[in-house]
Design a protein around this ligand. Structure first.
Ligand code: NAD
Ligand code: DAU
Length: 350
């Protein structure tokens, strides 16, 4: 191991990828103290971490990454060897309906963490970013790390800003920042507003599956555990100041994916419903992961066929986990799905 990790701060560890990462990391690093800082927004869920609550190396703090005084106290208490920043507002649709919180958390929050990392001389700062910073592809080609940045949604603009802050804090202050940019994740514990869990859960309940536009937008799907393994590789052995792309190598059209889920659950295609498109909807993402493969020997382990089976099975077997969410506890979820989306067509002027 290139770095000695006695304590690692994981922000956003109660969210989808964060909780998978905390579990994965504790398993692989038995002696490292893992500190999870999470605000517990609508997307944060401690139920997802019940199985590791008793682990003496795991410590949870409820707090906001943009609260400078709180963040400073936490860094002063732990003197982290590394920070992995997952904490974010992550849903593109919500960023269209209410961008402010995306700036507060994704931009100001990241800067607050970078400032603390600077003051307390953290050994590694890994900013978890996204392929969406590159914008949209046509029908051919893949994003490499040298592509220009062209974010199209308030969400991706806020993530791009955070990447630029991480870069600047490295160049100007020497904060040892690394950036990973990953494609679309799927797997257990994903909040049911996102495409794959939404389609599975709606199909299980015989509800319509809302497909945006013509359904031919393409995403490059990666199983969350494969993303976690890539982050671990970059955290331990990545070159400071560098960007690493992470892709699943599984490009699928949304409509094909929705049909696949229906077929696996034995549900009819009549449940598919084409609805108003997302404004600024990126057409296609595809990641070139050559750099991380060559430099760090990382490769995704799960085939899409395996991963989607496993994911569907998880949602079938863990209805209690998602039922609490879709049964009305999170009003926002339903508002977004059924009431607010039709107004999208009026948002874009010109
Ligand atoms: P998520 O929405 O499931 O989880 C986000 C977590 O961050 C939640 O637990 C939430 O409570 C927490 N959080 C939000 N605001 C906070 C704040 N101000 N302070 C502290 N905690 C806060 O998101 P996810 O899908 O797990 O994504 C995690 C990270 O990975 C994000 O940075 C996202 O941009 C990035 N990413 C996601 C994907 C994907 O496909 N889901 C792909 C590439 C990159
Ligand atoms: O590419 C990485 C990004 O993937 C992450 O940075 C984001 O945090 C994550 O939310 C995800 O963004 P997407 O916008 O690609 O994911 P989402 O699940 O919202 O949508 C996937 C595709 O499915 C997209 O083309 C829009 C479409 N879609 C989505 C929903 C919610 C539908 O057709 N119907 C829907 O109801």
């Amino acid at each position: 191991m290139a770095v000695d990790l006695k304590s690692v701060l994981v922000t956003g560890g109660a969210g989808f990828i964060g909780n998978n990462f905390v579990r994965f990391f504790l398993k692989r690093h038995g002696d490292t103290e893992v500190i999870n800082l999470d605000k517990l927004t609508y997307a944060g869920n401690l139920e997802s971490l019940r199985d590791i609550e008793g682990n003496h190396h795991y410590h949870f703090y409820k707090g906001d990454i943009s609260d400078a005084a709180f963040v400073k106290r936490l860094f002063n208490e732990w003197h982290f060897d590394a920070v992995v920043n997952f904490a974010a507002e992550s849903h593109v649709d919500r960023s269209i309906l209410g961008p402010q919180v995306f700036i507060d958390t994704n931009v100001r929050g990241t800067m607050t963490l970078l400032e603390a990392a600077r003051e307390f001389e953290v050994g590694r700062f890994l900013q978890v970013s996204t392929d969406e910073v590159y914008g949209s592809l046509g029908s051919t080609g893949k994003f490499t790390e040298t592509n220009g940045l062209s974010p199209n949604s308030p969400y991706s603009a806020s993530k791009t800003s955070a990447d630029m802050l991480a870069r600047a804090w490295w160049k100007t202050f020497g904060v040892p920042a690394l950036i990973t940019r990953c494609s679309n994740n799927y797997g257990p514990y994903q909040f049911p507003e996102k495409f794959i869990p939404l389609m599975i859960i709606n199909a299980l309940q015989d509800k319509e599956l809302p497909v945006y536009g013509d359904g031919k937008n393409v995403r490059d799907w990666i199983f969350a555990d494969d993303h976690c393994e890539a982050i671990e590789a970059v955290l331990e052995n990545g070159r400071v100041g560098e960007v690493y792309n992470i892709g699943g190598g599984n490009e699928v059209e949304n409509i094909e994916l929705a049909k696949l889920i229906l077929a696996k659950l034995g549900k009819p295609e009549s449940l598919l419903k084409f609805v108003t498109d997302r404004p600024g909807h990126d057409r296609r993402y595809a990641m070139d992961s050559t750099k991380i493969e060559r430099e760090l020997g990382w490769r995704p382990n799960r085939s899409f066929e395996q991963g989607i089976e496993e994911t569907i099975r998880w949602y079938v077997e863990n209805q209690k986990w998602w039922h609490r969410i879709v049964s009305g506890e999170y009003q926002n979820y339903y508002k977004l799905q059924y009431e607010e989306r039709p107004s999208w067509s009026n948002l874009r002027k010109g």
